[in-house]
Ligand binder design. Sequence first.
Ligand code: ZN
Length: 82
Amino acid sequence: MVGAGGLGSPAAFYLAGAGVGVIGTLQATEAIKCAVGRGQLLTDRLLTYDALSMRFRTVTVQRQADCPLCGANPTIVDVHHG
Ligand SMILES: [Zn+2]
């Protein structure tokens, strides 16, 4: 949609920036929880955020045993892999 709240509008630009801030804050919270060993991490769940409706949703996801990143025998073990 192009218009007052559509893609390419100033409103969408500002919402995208604010959304990055919201998700960044949530990621920082997860990192702190992990570092201090407190709380329940967002492990094996996917969090979605809809800024327009201000709704968060979590979906449980299953790990795949053959995943190169988080599977039983990961082959991607650092950011320089490749
Ligand atoms: Zn994985």
